[in-house]
Design a protein around this ligand. Structure first.
Ligand code: XMP
Length: 530
């Protein structure tokens, strides 16, 4: 295991990902974690970047005991300054912030296997790297050598002359550092000598065994499924682990895509072999949402209604099970656990040393269920990133189209109707969205896009149809590419695809006479409009 100590950089989770991509398990912990509270022995430690300067009065610092542990340490950006701060180097503020590309010249000390050269071994004499910092090193800590410099940073990379301690000013974890992944590989594989045993093949076996141990021989687990990747993979894993002691519930909340409830039901029944209850609660949701405009209120209504429906279904399942058992069926026990498809980024968010980031939107989740139902949580995906979940899904024989589905938010189309939600508006948006996704699939672009959807704007515009003036609504199309949805870029469509989509939507969807394309990235936009 590689331990990554997080000082609050926006890139910390990427360091974790890069290690995992090398099949090495890596775990992120707050930088202030004390060595005595870490229950595993890391084979290496990486110190992340940070928005702080090491000389800020409130700057975070690591437990100095990590420097006596004898395991290799790599400091990235602030991590480099933290090493210098601990080992008596001199850090000062640059007169300018450095942000963007730089070329680093590598300095070698010869004889090939010296530990000083190990970090950049075989990586040439110069590399393009990504810098983002305000402080830099002014002098070397004792016993350190310069292993890389740029035009503006004479101490851009340093290494201890006999201990495996390295510091680099650039960010190897971002893709703009062209050979960054290789630098991380040198550290993790060559210097720390980590075993490459973090694979989804190994994960399946271990996780199924862990679930069986947690759930023992009796007691049921319930979980919501939506047709999305996370809930589908989590459900399949539970099915493999405890068979029909797991019950999946799918709720149609009336703001799903066109025909989605039926399609998801079919796919799940065919592919998961789980106990599946589908509840059509669309009338209840739509009546509670009728006329609601405020986005947070939409989310609240959907979240609360979901809990009501889910709980009432759970009690029906429990009652039916009790009745069966009375009639002599094998006793599988009461519902004791709630399955959740929590992923590692959610976990990171909640353990970040900065604390959970300010709420920009309250994302709908079913956490509220626990309070009322007194269920214990089971979260088999909480160590995984989304791309790992997709690999896991394929290994569990879930078909590719299910595993590659774009994410769809819990509050569904309600947060893509910018004005008041009405049945009429839902219908218009469902049709426009259906055409959009259908054309994306026909053009074979679905897998290149991370998420695509239509948004119904609450404004009317003038148009002309035949010889008549029209005054109708506007659809905005959104398509983004993103690694983790924390940042996203808008997708560049071929013009003919956009033309086809626009003409089909204006011709086929009553009430829409104009289509626009959203060219905002995140930040400053978000993926959804609400
Ligand atoms: P934003 O809009 O925050 O979206 O940039 C990032 C990702 O989160 C999804 N999203 C939601 N998912 N409930 C959800 O389950 C929500 O309320 C919600 N809001 C946004 C969004 O679709 C994108 O994938």
């Amino acid at each position: 295991t590689i331990l990554i100590l997080d000082f609050g950089s926006q890139y910390s989770h990427l360091i974790t990902r890069r290690c995992r991509e090398l099949n090495v398990y890596a775990e992120l912990m707050p930088c202030t974690t004390l060595l005595k509270d870490i229950h595993f022995k890391p084979k290496g430690i990486i110190l992340s970047g940070s928005p702080y300067s090491v000389y800020d009065a409130d700057a975070p610092h690591v437990d100095p005991a990590i420097f006596d542990l004898g395991v290799p340490i790599l400091g990235i950006c602030y991590g480099l300054q933290e090493i210098a701060w601990n080992l008596k180097g001199n850090v000062t503020q640059c007169d300018h912030r450095e942000y963007g590309y730089a070329n680093i010249q590598i300095n070698r000390f010869g004889n090939g296997n010296s530990s000083v050269d190990a970090l950049f071994e075989g990586l040439g004499d110069e590399m393009q790297v990504w810098m983002s910092h305000g402080d830099q090193l002014q002098s070397l800590p004792p016993n350190f050598h310069i292993i890389g410099r740029t035009d503006t940073a004479p101490f851009a990379a340093i290494a201890h002359d006999s201990k495996p301690i390295y510091g680099i000013q650039f960010h190897p974890e971002v893709t703009h550092s062209l050979r960054g992944k290789e630098v991380i590989a040198r550290f993790v594989l060559n210097i720390c000598r980590c075993r490459t045993n973090w694979t989804m093949e190994e994960f399946i076996g271990k996780e199924i065994a862990r679930i069986r141990e947690i759930c023992g021989s009796k007691g049921r687990v319930i979980g919501a499924v939506s047709g999305g990747v996370d809930s589908t993979v989590a459900a399949k894993l539970m099915q493999e682990a405890i068979g029909d002691r797991f019950h999946a519930i799918m709720v149609n909340n009336g703001v799903l895509r066109l025909n989605e409830a039926q399609q998801v039901e079919e796919m799940l029944k065919q592919n998961l072999g789980v106990n599946l209850t589908v509840v059509d609660a669309s009338e209840l949701f739509l009546s509670r949402l009728d006329g609601v405009e405020d986005p947070e209120q939409k989310r609240r209504i959907i979240g609360n209604t979901f809990i009501n429906v889910f709980e009432s279904e759970a009690s029906k399942i429990e009652a039916a099970a009790a009745a069966e058992e009375q009639n002599g069926a094998e006793a599988k026990g009461k519902i004791e656990w709630l399955l959740q498809g929590t992923l590692y980024p959610d976990v990171i968010e909640s353990i970040s040393f900065k604390g959970p980031s300010a709420t920009i939107k309250t994302h709908h989740n079913v956490g509220g269920l626990l309070k009322d139902m007194k269920l214990k949580l089971i979260e088999p995906l909480r160590e995984l990133f989304k791309d790992e979940v997709r690999v896991l899904g394929r290994l569990l024989s879930i078909p590719a189209p299910l595993v590659k589905r774009h994410p769809f938010p819990g509050p569904g189309l309600a947060i893509r109707i910018l004005g008041p939600v009405t049945r009429e508006q839902v219908k218009i948006l469902q049709q426009a969205d259906h055409i959009y996704i259908e054309e994306i699939r026909k053009a074979n672009l679905y897998d290149q896009i991370s998420q695509a959807f239509a948004v119904l704007l609450p404004v009317k515009a003038v148009g002309v149809m035949g010889d008549k003036r029209t005054y109708e609504q506007v659809i905005a199309l959104r398509a983004v590419t993103s690694e983790d949805f924390m940042t996203a870029d808008w997708y560049v469509f071929p013009a003919d695809v956009l033309r086809r989509i626009s003409s089909r939507i204006t011709n086929e969807v009553n009430g829409v006479n104009r289509v626009t394309y959203d060219i905002s990235s995140k930040p400053p936009g978000t993926v959804e409009w609400l």
